[in-house]
Design a protein around this ligand. Structure first.
Ligand SMILES: [Zn+2]
Length: 238
C-alpha cells in the first residue's frame, strides 16, 4: 500500500494542472475577501466548506480550537499575527471564526477543567498530561471556555456539553476580535459552527451563524443581517 504522501503528491499534480493558469492576477499580491479562522480538524475542510476553490479569495488560518489569540513573551494575550496580518495589510474586512461540532480541542479543554475541579467520576485527562504544545493550546482556550462550563444547562451529556462549549468558544474568539485595538475599525467578525454530527438539525456540512460582531441573540442578528437570516441558529443561550 502506498504511503499517504504518494497519493497526496498525486493530488497536487492534479491541482497544479488545474491551477497553473489561475495566478496571473494574483502572483504578486493578494486582497482576500475574508479571513477564516478554523479548527484544523481533518473533518473540517476550510476552503471547501465555504464553497471556495478560488485562489486569493479566503485567507485561511487553522489551529486546534480555532483560536484567534496568542500570548506574547511578556504574557500578554493579543490577537494572533496569523489573523491580524490579512486584516491589517491586505484590506480584508471580514473575519469568520469557524468552530465545529465534536471539537477535540474544546473537549480536551473541558476535560482539563473538569480534572482540575475534581468533581468528575470518569477520570478526565488534566492539561499537564498532554504534550507541552497541546497544554499551551489548552491554556489559551481555558479562559475562553471555563466561564461557559458554569453556564451549561443542567443534564447535558458530555458530547452535548462539548457542543455547547464549541459555541461559547466561538463567541469568545469573536469577542477577542471585536475588542482588540489591533483589529482595524470596519472589520466585521462572524462566528459560525460547522456541523458534521447533525446536532443542529440541518444538513451535515452546514455552517450555522451563531454570532455577528459580538451579538448572540438570533433575532437581533437576523434583524441586522436579513441576507443571512436563515443561516442563523444557536443552541446555547446564556
Ligand atoms: Zn476542533
Amino acid at each position: 500500500m502506498a504511503k499517504p504522501i504518494v497519493s497526496l503528491l498525486d493530488g497536487n499534480r492534479t491541482h497544479a494542472d488545474a491551477f497553473a493558469d489561475r495566478f496571473d492576477d494574483l502572483q504578486d499580491a493578494q486582497h482576500p475577501d475574508a479571513v477564516s479562522v478554523c479548527c484544523s480538524d481533518s473533518r473540517v475542510l476550510q476552503d471547501a466548506l465555504l464553497g471556495n476553490d478560488e485562489p486569493g479569495r479566503v485567507f485561511t488560518v487553522g489551529n486546534i480550537g480555532n483560536r484567534v489569540v496568542q500570548r506574547t513573551d511578556d504574557g500578554e494575550t493579543v490577537v494572533s499575527g496569523d489573523v491580524v496580518y490579512p486584516l491589517a495589510y491586505t484590506g480584508t474586512e471580514t473575519a469568520v471564526v469557524v468552530g465545529h461540532t465534536g471539537c477535540g480541542a474544546v473537549t480536551a479543554t473541558y476535560d482539563a477543567i473538569r480534572a482540575e475541579r475534581g468533581d468528575a467520576d470518569d477520570d478526565p485527562v488534566p492539561a499537564s498530561e498532554h504534550p507541552p504544545g497541546v497544554e499551551r493550546c489548552i491554556d489559551l482556550l481555558r479562559p475562553r471556555i471555563e466561564p461557559g462550563v458554569d453556564e451549561l444547562p443542567e443534564g447535558l451529556d458530555h458530547a452535548d456539553a462539548v457542543n455547547h462549549l464549541v459555541e461559547y468558544n466561538v463567541d469568545r474568539q469573536v469577542d477577542a476580535l471585536t475588542e482588540s485595538a489591533d483589529v482595524p475599525d470596519g472589520v466585521d467578525a462572524y462566528g459560525v459552527v460547522y456541523d458534521f454530527q447533525d446536532v443542529y438539525s440541518g444538513d451535515r456540512g452546514e455552517v450555522h451563524v451563531v454570532n455577528v460582531d459580538g451579538k448572540r441573540d438570533p433575532d437581533r442578528i437576523r434583524d441586522a443581517n436579513p441576507e443571512i437570516a436563515e443561516r442563523v441558529t444557536r443552541r446555547f443561550a446564556y
